[in-house]
Write a protein that binds this ligand. Sequence first.
Ligand SMILES: [Zn+2]
Length: 263
Amino acid sequence: MTVNPNVYCGECSYCLSGRLGLCENSKGFGSNFQGFFAEYAVADHRLVFSTEGLPKDVAVFSEPTSCAMHGLESLQMRPGGSALVLGAGPTGLLLAQAHRHRWRVVRDGRGAQRVQARHREAGSASTRSCRSPATTPRATCRSLREASPHGDGYDAVIEATGSTAVAAICVPLTRRGGTVLVYGVTRDEEVVEFHPYDVFRREITIKGSFAEMTSFAAAIDALRGGRVRTDGIVTHRYSLDEYGQALDDLRNDKTVHKAVIVP
Ligand SMILES: [Zn+2]
């Protein structure tokens, strides 16, 4: 079993218009709502999903995969479109795989300076890697744009790092009529600059993707069918007694990308 940790109220104007993800009273189990940091928890049956047949190591990705599915729903890509995912953390990797389009994932080392790109052709399981020689955000931007299918950027550019230095190159990397998806989490006081004339002239859309409310079933299907693969994403494992240590390591140890608690 797995539980969607995002709870909607069902009564606000957003919920009543069917936009559950925008609920103005939304809560998250274990973050701003009781539960999940305990031996037992109670959840509404509508939030509980069967993961029968899935190994636990795969089922544990139901929630991040459902966030990736929601990101894709938000993008509404045209068939044959290209996408660039900036950030090769767990959610960036899941999102890129859920994507059926041509995509490229960029791992951000220091700011936007050290870049490693993994590229997967549409519908193919093969991946290949390359390392950009670029040393500045501007040079990184230029080399990534040159590597795009038409040399003029990508139909969708997904910011999945939470770094403002990376977010700043998203609009320039988007091709005409394309979309920037803000998927990474920055601190709420941080600011990213862009040129409004460029957004106006090239008709760029800038969108956000927060929590999902309705994507769990699709995510579990994608994990069951192998469309989204999770091998190699878990980097660290902890026992239940080490829960506090796991949170500390996630905060302080840059080698911890995905920590799993194994009771
Ligand atoms: Zn609501």
